[in-house]
Write a protein that binds this ligand. Structure first.
Ligand code: NDP
Length: 485
């Protein structure tokens, strides 16, 4: 299988592709067929050393470049990314198996949004003046230095840019390690940034498994770690970063609730639930996989959901007509099938799907369970696949209490036509990202992230600047020093 945009080597360091075939081979598999489409090598210690030293060498002069110039380069990269959206989307579809119908509107495009947004902010990053009578303090907003980004496999280009864009805007250098399952797209992000004029060494990509990520996190020269991954990995990475008192952003997993009240617009609620469960074949951290439906509309909701789900086009993800693709890997498919079996065994009612599809690749049918109860495994654990649990609820207080009864706190949604209830419920949700009468939109202008076990810090928006820069206070005395002796 060939495609025009394939990266030419495993790593991108100091402004160029770099290979070191001493590193362990990692096969890149097209999830729709199971075919090996590329091979990359895990980073050796020598590769990691090159990435870190080139980043350190480049960072200081980048920080000294004006914000306007930094932003100009980033916005140029955003434009190039949009011009190449088709090729980048084809590559992303090969890397992840997500339908081209999705990758062409949600992957490289959202990476471009991040570069454009943070490129625009770069020139606005300033300190403040704090008057103290004659004396005063001024603050400088300074970069952290060397940032490490570690990505999950569901949005490889987006994650590479959501971490890289604010890091670069604030004057940092970054070393990014994609998921071993989807190593390709981040290389193209690096390539485009440097083609747009980014000085060599500022955005490096190294491949590898968790051990490569762990080496980066524990390196004393690294100042900040931003992880997108599961809660168990988050616990390890957070602990390792704490040892070195490093800054962290943790974008972790979820088991988010959607509350659908009797007075909701059923069509909107069904649409939101489809976006919140089956987009990217359910492999989205903020998915609303616990769908609480008020008893009065339960049957109408389930019927309409099943009708609309039946129109999903499952097939070759490169076909623009396809709207539902495979799981990213055989391993993830087996995890999802295991949860489906648990759902059946624990007494949930299978309403739709429930099986692997009889075709090549790692396809699992979009699956709906009804009559799910709060203690069932499928209602408590993150599945990260197309498995939706419908639970019943009676009143608002009951719905909110059960929605919040989870260790996670990434996202939550409410569908209702009662204006005050919508805001009251949103205020009561214990989640970082909430939706009223829609679900799973993540514009770069809005903060995105989780509370409770779902994470620390926020990506996107001006809030991300706080996580990629630090404030220095400078006290300026205008008179004599008043010492006691
Ligand atoms: P994992 O937690 O398995 O891995 C995430 C990344 O961390 C991978 O690059 C992985 O490497 C790396 N890693 C694993 N162990 C370590 C370690 N000890 N030290 C440093 N790095 C390590 O997540 P998945 O890739 O399976 O992604 C799915 C998870 O990501 C889900 O839980 C999902 O909810 C979450 N996610 C959260 C998002 C958010 O914004 N909150 C968005 C998207 C996904 P490798 O796998 O290559 O070995």
């Amino acid at each position: 299988m060939t495609y025009s945009t394939q990266p030419t080597a495993s790593h991108y360091i100091n402004g160029a592709y770099v290979e070191d075939s001493n590193g362990a081979e990692i096969s890149v598999i097209y999830p729709a067929t199971g075919e090996v489409i590329a091979t990359v090598h895990a980073a050796t210690p020598a590769i990691l050393e090159q990435a870190i030293t080139s980043a350190l060498a480049a960072q200081k002069s980048w920080a000294a470049t004006s914000g306007t110039e930094r932003g100009r380069i980033m916005r140029r990269a955003a434009d190039m990314m949009r011009e190449r959206n088709h090729d980048l989307s084809v590559l992303e579809t090969f890397d992840t198996g997500k339908p081209y119908q999705e990758t062409s509107v949600a992957d490289a495009t959202s990476a471009a949004d991040a570069l454009e947004y943070f490129g625009g902010l770069a020139a606005t990053l300033t300190g403040e003046h704090i008057p103290l009578g004659e004396d005063f303090v001024y603050t400088r907003r300074e970069p952290l230095g060397l940032c490490v980004g570690i990505g999950a496999w569901n949005y490889p280009a987006q994650i590479a840019a959501w971490k890289g864009a604010p890091a670069l805007a604030c004057g940092n250098a970054i070393v990014f390690k994609p998921s071993e399952t989807t190593p390709l797209s981040a290389l193209k992000v690096a390539e485009i940034l440097h083609e747009a004029g980014l000085p060599a060494g500022l955005y490096n990509v190294v491949q590898g498994l968790g051990d490569v990520g762990a080496s980066l996190v524990t390196d004393p020269r690294v100042d900040k770690v931003s992880l997108t991954g599961s809660v168990p990995t988050g616990r390890k990475v957070y602990a390792a970063a704490a040892e070195g008192i490093k800054h962290v952003t943790m974008e972790l997993g979820g088991k988010s609730p959607i509350l659908i009240f009797d007075d909701a617009d059923i069509e909107a609620a069904v649409g939101g639930v489809i976006l919140g469960n089956f987009y990217s074949s359910g492999q989205i951290c903020s998915n609303g996989t616990r769908v609480f439906v008020q008893t009065g509309i339960k049957d109408a909701f389930l019927n309409r959901l099943a009708e609309r789900l039946a129109t999903a086009v499952i097939g070759d993800p490169q076909d623009p007509e396809t709207s539902f693709g495979p799981m990213v890997s055989e391993a993830q498919m087996n995890i999802v099938l295991g949860y489906i079996e648990k759902g059946k065994a624990e007494g949930a009612r299978l309403v739709a799907g429930g099986s692997r599809l009889d075709r090549d690749g790692f396809f699992v049918e979009p699956t709906i369970f009804a009559d799910v109860t709060d203690e069932m495994t499928i209602a408590r654990e993150e599945i990260f696949g197309p498995v939706l649990s419908v639970l019943d609820f009676d009143d608002e207080a009951d719905g909110i209490a059960r929605a919040n009864d989870t260790e996670f706190g990434l996202a939550a949604g409410v569908f209702t036509s009662d204006l005050t209830r919508a805001h009251r419920v949103s205020a009561a949700f214990e989640a970082g990202t909430c939706y009223i009468n829609t679900y799973n939109l993540a514009p770069v202008e809005a903060p995105f992230g989780g509370s409770k076990a779902s994470g620390v810090g926020r990506e996107n928006s001006k809030a991300a600047i706080e996580h990629y820069s630090q404030i220095k206070s400078v006290y300026v005395a205008m008179g004599p020093v008043d010492a006691p002796y």
